[in-house]
Design a protein around this ligand. Structure first.
Ligand code: GRF
Length: 212
């Protein structure tokens, strides 16, 4: 059976969606390990509750980003993963890390990329009065939140929404689309090629599959 390694930093609700999808057979794979760069990440408890190996590695124990990422690669590769899934992993990855997992490294970002790469996406959407918001699953490349999009989901923004409401609305969509994209990858239907995301041999448009 194919294996997934998940990287987290926080709450781990997307990790939970992947755990559930593996358990229900919606992802034809198992989670081999969960790694966090924060020992207090609630996602580590979710992993433990699901009886998955869960580890925290502290960046402070390493001289620099490259050394931390090298240690992380070493630990991840013990599991020989078919996919490495970033689920709220709040650290910039070194070029070496990204290159090592190219084509099997996915991220979910809470915006309709290419709009709002980086942090505080929900806050920016509210400040700009955008009528819609959403989330994007993408292949990870060296460009921060810039890799080719595989799948997006949109949500409406309502008058009077606050940030917490928007986060919750977006996460509900994330929990549906992330397992689906991970499933495609593990079914060998998805490829990173020529700077694009390909599904079933077709190059996906900039907004990913089934963009309207
Ligand atoms: C999600 O909104 C994801 O898009 C972003 O970080 C958040 C993680 O949430 N990358 P959780 O830890 O999975 O609940």
């Amino acid at each position: 059976m194919k294996k997934i390694v998940v990287l987290i930093s926080g709450e781990g609700s997307n990790l939970q969606a992947v755990i559930d999808a593996c358990r229900d057979g919606k992802i034809p794979s198992r989670i081999a390990a969960v790694f966090s760069n924060r020992a207090d990440a609630y996602g580590l408890q979710r992993a433990a509750m699901a009886e998955l190996p869960a580890h925290a590695l502290s960046p402070g124990d390493y001289p620099d980003r490259a050394a931390f990422d090298r240690a992380l690669v070493e630990r991840i590769d013990e599991h020989r993963p078919d996919a490495v899934v970033l689920a709220g992993y709040m650290r910039i990855l070194s070029a070496e890390f990204v290159g090592h997992y190219a084509g099997r490294l996915l991220n979910i970002h809470p915006s309709l990329l290419p709009r709002y790469p980086g942090l505080h996406t929900h806050r920016q959407v509210l400040a700009n009065g955008d009528p819609e918001h959403g989330t994007s699953v993408h292949f990870v490349t060296e460009e921060l939140d810039g890799g080719p999009v595989i799948l997006q989901a949109k949500v409406p923004v309502f008058t009077g929404d606050d940030e917490a409401e928007l986060v919750a609305r977006v996460k509900t969509q994330e929990h549906a689309i992330y397992p689906l994209a991970i499933r495609w990858l593990l079914q060998n239907r998805l490829e990173l090629r020529d700077g694009g995301a390909w599904l079933d041999g077709q190059r996906l448009p900039p907004a990913g599959y089934a963009a309207d």
